[in-house]
Every structure is written in C-alpha cells, then in structure tokens.
Design a protein around this ligand. Sequence first.
Ligand SMILES: [Zn+2]
Ligand SMILES: [Zn+2]
Ligand SMILES: [Zn+2]
Length: 91
Amino acid sequence: MATCSHLDLVEHLDLHEPVAGCEECLASGMRWVHLRMCQSCGRIGCCDDSPGRHASAHHAASGHPIVRSAEPAEDWSWCYVDELMFRLRPS
Ligand SMILES: [Zn+2]
Ligand SMILES: [Zn+2]
Ligand SMILES: [Zn+2]
C-alpha cells in the first residue's frame, strides 16, 4: 500500500478556529465551495470545485504538499504530490 512520504512537513494538525474563509477569495470578493488548510503553514484556501482553486494554487506556489479539509465534519488529509487521501488522527 502506498504511503505519503511528506508527513514530516506537517506542522498543523488541527484547524485554527474560527476559519474565516479562503484568504485569497476574501481579498478579491470571490466565492468558494469548500475550504482546505495547508498542513505545513496553516493557510486556508479553497478546493478545486471553487473558481479560485486557491488551495491547489498555494501548493503550486509554495511546494507545501499536504492539505486537510477545513469543513467542520471532515478530518481527511490529501497529499498533492502522492495523490493520496488519508487521516492523520483517526477517530
Ligand atoms: Zn506525500
Ligand atoms: Zn479561494
Ligand atoms: Zn502552506
């Protein structure tokens, strides 16, 4: 089974409450669908279903590999590099 090799880059496990929204969408008046949090730096961005796709854009710009869902009922993480979904804190 494939595993993510970037777990040592995770600095942020839990969401930083409250989550205001995608920082770049808020700055430019755009709307988002779902929110993701970069687990290396904690930046909030929007998902690939959102017009801005700012979480992917942040990954492309920064190289930070792993985001987690910033939706209240979701705790999954996603590695852009390995294209793997997993949970860092199984409940
Ligand atoms: Zn990985
Ligand atoms: Zn956005
Ligand atoms: Zn980041």
